[in-house]
Design a protein around this ligand. Structure first.
Ligand code: ZN
Length: 249
């Protein structure tokens, strides 16, 4: 029996007994070992990109500066050969992005960044699922990423479909309906309140805000990192016309 199974077995046998306390200790040690092992996978020695060791505010500044280069057409040149060797041993991205899957939105391009800089999770409608949350927790707890941006965009098809479902009771085939179900609280909230512009735009921004809050309050890892000021979670809206990312949450 491995030490984890032994610990679980001991837990089943006694509540509050010394055996149980020992078992809890063993499980705690295991989880610490697990995180250490994952961190070892992430970077064996020092972070491969020292320029990525930033505070949350510095990370926001860098993202927006990169977006400025992107919108003005002054993007940096890249050498994949140079960074390849540095990143073989690990990664320390300075920001995690929860983006829509839309092919017109590309986080590395719109922030003018390289491999190893952004930890990107994507799903149509940029909302938090259990798997997305797990990935973002890995980014923060293991890779020490100081910033998460939830990034929605103008003319989002997922949000548009949700507004259609709200206003016209539209239904969608296969598993697509699950996206609509996930985004519906934001669409309803936007429809219930005053809003400038289209309902799709208002629902897009509301969806970004709701998912920023969801991540800020996600226990146990992200909420703790936020409380300790190691992490900020913000929301961005990518404008398809200009390429500009506006901070909206
Ligand atoms: Zn979209």
């Amino acid at each position: 029996m491995c030490h984890v199974c032994a610990a679980k077995d001991a837990l089943n046998k006694g509540v509050g007994t010394p055996t149980r306390r020992a078992a809890l200790g063993a499980l705690g040690a295991f989880s610490m070992l697990g995180i250490s092992a994952m961190a070892g996978m992430a970077h064996a020695k020092s972070p491969p990109k020292l320029g990525n060791v930033l505070s949350p505010d510095q990370a926001i500044e860098r993202l927006l500066e990169g977006n400025g280069r992107y919108t003005s057409g002054k993007t940096q040149s890249r050498s994949f050969a140079e960074t390849r060797a540095a990143l073989v041993g690990g990664q320390n991205p300075y920001a995690a992005i929860l983006s829509c899957a839309d092919s017109r939105v590309s986080p590395e391009l719109c922030f003018d960044e390289e491999r190893g800089d952004l930890f990107v999770t994507r799903v149509a409608g940029n909302y938090v699922t259990p798997d997305i949350l797990a990935s973002l927790e890995y980014g923060v707890a293991v890779l020490n990423t100081p910033l998460i941006m939830v990034m929605g965009h103008t003319s989002c098809g997922a949000v548009g479909a949700t507004v259609n479902a709200l206003e016209k009771q539209a239904e969608f085939p296969g598993h697509i309906q699950s996206i609509v179900t996930a985004l519906m609280p934001a669409a309803r909230a936007a429809a219930a309140g005053p809003h400038k512009g289209s309902l799709v735009q208002a629902a897009t921004i509301e969806n970004i805000k709701q998912n920023v809050q969801r991540l800020q309050e996600a226990t146990p890892l992200l909420s703790k990192a936020v409380q300790e000021s190691k992490l900020k979670v913000i929301g961005g809206l990518y404008d398809l016309e200009t390429g500009r990312v506006e901070v909206v949450a």
